[in-house]
Design a protein around this ligand. Structure first.
Ligand SMILES: [Zn+2]
Length: 332
């Protein structure tokens, strides 16, 4: 059993409190390799932003949970070495059972998500409550994120064809019964890089897909029900068209890519939304740079020569998100 405090990590409690009163959101960036972790820490140290390092079930399988835990410990030391100690959370993304949450808590995660959103309401309540009781009883309080409503799209082991918006009438009961620390809701964001079908969108003069707007009316209704309670948005990549174009220019094919416009996320971050999950944009940035190097320098075979530029681009992307989208820059 490792406590997250031994690793130099923090839970989300204070971070969310400050984020809500300050009108910004904490970035939650997924990672499963060294270059991603370095880019996240470089960007967040440089912009002085707190950060949530997120590990999905798929990442645990790919990279091994003990390696990821020690990378998080390394991240804390790396930030220190770069000259500025930022608060770092290690969070399980989309835990789907009590056992996986318990396992992560024992490994040293400071925060876990239990996603019972696919279950009937009462079963979601029971499962989330069980995880909260366990996580909150630890010597060092581990924070828990629950979910109400279902997001469409595909993300590692999580997929759903149709979304169901969160019912504002259920949130008070859910929060009171489970004692969850934060709540992921569904207001029109979606997992993956093709967040909407073309028929759900309109097109601008250049033929670029314009997605339907987020349901801010539902968000407002939820905030009225549970004022000041930390809200989380999943599936909040913006899918920058520049990266899609680079990928397609250098041999890739990503038809009908569309994300959530950054100005809508900025608006959400000013509300009780205090954690915004971004994964696909990082994947696009890395893939764009790697494809570019492969096409422009066909004789290159040193992984550092294509992972290096990918890491630099990722860092640029994360700094931009912290400064211009989430508003978390300067808050660490
Ligand atoms: Zn998610």
């Amino acid at each position: 059993m490792t406590s997250y405090k031994e690793l130099g990590l923090v839970n989300t409690k204070d971070l969310f409190k400050k984020a809500i009163s300050g009108g910004y959101a904490i970035p939650a960036y997924n990672f499963n390799n060294m270059e991603q972790m370095q880019a996240i820490i470089q960007a967040c140290v440089e912009t002085k932003s707190p950060v949530i390092l997120q590990v999905s079930a798929g990442a645990r399988k790919y990279a091994n949970q003990n390696i990821l835990k020690n990378m998080a410990r390394g991240a804390v030391e790396y930030a220190h070495e770069l000259g500025y100690d930022i608060p770092i959370v290690l969070h399980l993304d989309h835990g789907d059972s009590f056992e996986i949450c318990k396992d992560c808590i024992e490994t040293g995660f400071s925060s876990v998500m239990i996603d019972g959103s696919h279950l009937p309401y009462d079963e979601n309540v029971a499962l989330t409550k069980k995880v909260c009781e366990h996580a909150h009883a630890q010597k060092d309080y581990v924070t828990v994120e629950g979910e109400l409503g279902v997001l469409a799209g595909v993300e590692d082991d999580v997929s759903a064809e149709h979304s169901h918006y969160t019912q504002p009438s259920e949130v008070i009961d859910f929060v009171n019964k489970t004692k969850v620390d934060s709540l992921a809701i569904s207001i029109g964001t979606s997992h993956g890089r093709a967040k909407f079908k073309p028929e759900q969108c309109t097109r601008d003069a250049n033929g670029i897909l314009i997605p339907p707007p987020l349901r801010f009316d539902i968000l407002e209704e939820i905030e009225k029900q549970i004022p000041g309670f930390p809200i989380v948005l999943h599936g909040s990549s913006s899918v920058p068209i520049e990266y899609v174009h680079i990928i397609e220019k250098f041999g890739g094919k990503l038809s009908d890519s569309v994300g959530i416009p950054e100005e809508q996320l900025r608006k959400a971050a000013k509300s009780a939304v205090c954690k915004i999950n971004i994964d696909s944009d990082g994947r696009l940035a890395m893939t764009a740079m790697i494809r570019k190097v492969f096409m422009e320098k066909p004789d290159e075979f040193d992984p550092r020569k294509y992972l290096g530029p990918a890491r630099d681009e990722l860092k640029k992307l994360y700094s931009h998100k912290n400064m211009n989208v989430l508003g978390s820059a300067g808050q660490a």
